[in-house]
Each structure stands twice: as structure tokens, then as C-alpha cells.
Ligand binder design. Sequence first.
Ligand SMILES: [Zn+2]
Length: 291
Amino acid sequence: MNKEIQSLIERQEAVSAEWRNKLKGVIQKEFSFTTSLGNKLHYTLQCNTERIRSTMAKTGSVAAPVKCRICAENRPDDQLFIEWRAQKSGNEFDILINPFPIFPAHLTVVSKGHRPQTINASDMQEFAMYSRMAVFFNGADCGASIPGHMHYQAAPVECFNIVEDAKGLEIDPFTFKSGWIIGIGRKVIKLATSHTSDAQKELDEILQKLGRTDDRMLNVMVYYDEQQALFYWYIFPRQRFRPDCFFAENEEERRLISPATAEMCGVIVTPDIKTFENTTLPEILEIILES
Ligand SMILES: [Zn+2]
């Protein structure tokens, strides 16, 4: 990541103990296996109870008016930010440290104005270049926690298992610059763009060919590969948000997993210790394949 972001993280952690060691209660399991095609794939299962505590705190305060918690005026007083402006679009953002991280460096990139969640591929590409991190987008109906207020997230590229897993895998061409990754156990399109590409045009072409009229059921991640001077995109056209097992009445069968971009990229997060203990690799593969 770049020095400005590194400095933001250090300054935020210096503010109070509350901002340090946010991941200290988090536990993880790693799953690796080889597919019938000989591809080595990896999934991380993370138990992050902080996520459920925060959710319960909010829904519990019945009398409190519903406020957008990422609008500048509603953020905690001690939450620092740096301002960033996308050159091509002119869109302005505040870069924040995610208060409920799942990655060791986890940013929320929040639009200056309160406007609905919708993707801008050139903004994402520029932010990937500026930050040298992986930037990701959750569509309004598949993982965006605050769909009313436009935001991206960012984390170190090496946090995303799919980047290594997809290397060397065959591609089934879809559009001129994109194709489906074969043998990776999920529906994902890989797109490569350069500095001179019109990334939004490439994405629009993919959406059109998919028959999608909006980005509400879309998960997207992009990072910049310095050696090749290319941006690599992972585009997940989602079919459904939550799996059936999320709603299981029997607690032993229930899996509190809501796949969004992180999950589609190989990092499965649950706030529930029972889900963490009970979920098997075949179940993870089924959840991801059917998402
Ligand atoms: Zn807002």
C-alpha cells in the first residue's frame, strides 16, 4: 500500500486503544485442496464475532433514529480520514479505516456525498493504482452493508486467495478482454485492462452480454499488477445472496455465511462460532458455487 494510507493507519491506531489490534479476537482455518483438473485452490474460514456484536448493537437501539453511519456527520469523532479525488470522473471520497475489519489493513472508501451504491470502474482502477491495494465493490443486493451510501473497500492483494489460485488457469473467452476462469469452482470473469483502457466500457460490455441491467447483484475486485502494467479484475455475476443453509431452522445445520466479494475471492467470514466449527470444505464449495 502507499505511504499516505500507511500513515493513516498508524495515526488511527495511535488515537486510542479501541483502534488497535482490531483482529485480535479473530480465528481462522485454512482449507487447501486439488481439484479433479489438478488445480490447487485455497479457502480461508474466518470467525469474526465483532461483526455480529456491532450489528446487534445497532438493531437493539430501537429508539435511535436510523442514520447513515458513513455520512461524515455521523461517523465517530475519533475516526480519521484522508481525502481522495478520482481524476477522470472528479468523484470525491474519504478514505477511512474500516472499524470492523476482516483484513489486517482494511479500508472503506466512502463517497463524499450520500448517493446510492453503484460501480464506477474507472474510479476503482484509479484507486487500485493510487493505493496499490485490491479494491472491491459489493452490489446493493449482494453484500453492501450500507447500500444507500456509495462505498468501496480495499485490502492488501495477498489477502485474496483467488489471485494465486487463478494464476495459470485456462480462460474461456467472453468479451475481447475478458473470459470465464475454468476450474475454479465458481462463476467468475477475469478482465485485464491497461491505463489507456476505458474500464467502464469494458465492464458495461460484460454486463450487457450477461443480460444484466444493473450492478445490484455484482461483486467485483480489481488490483494493479505492476510488472505487467495491467489491472486484473475479478467479476462475479451473482445468482443469489444468501445460501439456503443460512436460513436453516436447525442450529446444527445453520451456516451464518453471507457471500460477498471477500467470500467469492476465497475468504469466508462468519460472526458465528458454531458456523465456524461446523462448516466443512464441501459445504464451502457448494455455497460458493451456488452463489
Ligand atoms: Zn450517507
